[in-house]
Every structure is written in C-alpha cells, then in structure tokens.
Design a protein around this ligand. Structure first.
Ligand SMILES: CC(C)(COP(=O)(O)OP(=O)(O)OC[C@H]1O[C@@H](n2cnc3c(N)ncnc32)[C@H](O)[C@@H]1OP(=O)(O)O)[C@@H](O)C(=O)NCCC(=O)NCCS
Length: 168
C-alpha cells in the first residue's frame, strides 16, 4: 500500500492501563488448530465492508503471515466468542513485536470485530487486553499501522489516545 495511505500511530502506556472496559467473559487467547478457521472467517467478515478491503486468506496464508513470523505466540492473540453461538468468533487482535535496532515494540495487528457485533466496546476491550499484556511484559509503548480510509479503526484509535508517530 502507498506509504501516504498508511497511518502510523503510537500510544505511551506509562501507567497500568485502566481496565475501564474490563475483561469480558468471552475474551480468551487463541487455541490452535481449532481456532484457525474461525479466525479466518472473522477476518473475511470484518474487512468485507472496508474500502480498501483485504485479500481473503487461506490456511497457508495464516501459517506464513502469522505462525511462521518470529514474533508469533498464540497467547498474544486475543479472541472473543459470540455469546451463545459456539464456534463463532466475533473479535480478535494480535500483538506483533516490531523490531527496530535491538529493541522490540508491541504492535496492534489484525484488530477486527464482526460487523454484527460492533459498537459494543469489544474493539476497546481487545486493545485493553493487548495493552495490559504489553505493560506487564515491561513495554511502555504500543504502535500500529492502519489505512487512512479504515474510518472505524482510525476513530477507535484516536478515541483511545493513539497519536501519529513522527517519521524517523
Ligand atoms: C475498528 C473495529 C475493530 C472497532 O470495533 P468495535 O467493537 O465496534 O469498537 P468499540 O465498540 O470498542 O468502539 C470504541 C470506540 O471507538 C470509536 N469508534 C468505533 N467505531 C467507530 C465508528 N464506526 N465511527 C466512529 N467512532 C467509532 C468510538 O469512539 C467508540 O467509543 P464510544 O462508543 O464510547 O464513543 C471494527 O469497526 C472493525 O473490525 N473494523 C474493520 C476492521 C479494521 O479496520 N481493523 C483495523 C485494522 S488496523
């Protein structure tokens, strides 16, 4: 994607992230292999209405883009099960670790909520889970990249205090 369409955002987490959004009962970490199909289906549903959308992934894509990555750890992917709908995943976020020099910075990766379950605070809860884990692991910043036209995501990040990174 052209760099002019990429928003690079950052948030300092100097104090323990406030758990105002709470840890909801439906939030848990990813379990493989049983969650792979649900995660892929959620990704298709979540981005179907976005402009630009994303290319659907299959199992090989998931393995290459996620499991094979040096930062991959299924315990750093949080997912939300639909209440009363076993097997239906309705929210997810992954913490990737971006390498720069010798340091790593946690990054929000593949944040998504099913369109039928939006506006309930689940996007906020997923980010809160990621930020709490990052803080507990000793990190004090969280970064992300998003598309300038993914309006709901940009609005959410701004609401949570993410700010544009200065270009290095
Ligand atoms: C971005 C996304 C995860 C938000 O999920 P959500 O569960 O609906 O978000 P929440 O209900 O937690 O919203 C929290 C806050 O974000 C803001 N927000 C979220 N969606 C918004 C929208 N469409 N328009 C304006 N503000 C929005 C609001 O300020 C909201 O807080 P408030 O209701 O107290 O004002 C969801 O819209 C999504 O999956 N989008 C498509 C995928 C995507 O773009 N992912 C990000 C890739 S980087």
């Amino acid at each position: 994607m052209p760099r002019s369409l990429v928003l690079q955002l950052i948030r300092e987490i100097d104090t323990t992230p406030v758990a105002d959004s709470g840890v909801i009962d439906e939030l848990r970490t990813l379990e493989l292999p049983r969650d792979e199909a649900g995660w892929l289906e959620l990704r298709n549903r979540a981005f179907a209405g976005e402009v630009p959308t994303v290319r659907p992934w299959n199992s090989a894509d998931f393995r290459r883009e996620m499991i094979a990555q040096p930062w991959w750890n299924p315990e750093r992917t949080w997912v939300i099960d639909a209440p009363g709908l076993p097997g239906r995943m309705v929210g997810a976020v992954t913490m990737a670790l971006r390498a720069s020099d010798r340091a790593h910075t946690p990054a929000i990766h593949w944040l998504m909520v099913d369109p039928e379950f939006r506006g309930l605070g689940w996007g906020r809860s997923l980010i809160a889970a990621l930020e709490r884990a990052a803080y507990n692991d000793g990190y004090r910043q969280v970064v992300l990249e998003t598309h300038v036209n993914w309006r709901s995501a940009v609005a959410l990040y701004q609401r949570l205090g993410y700010q544009q990174r200065r270009q290095s």
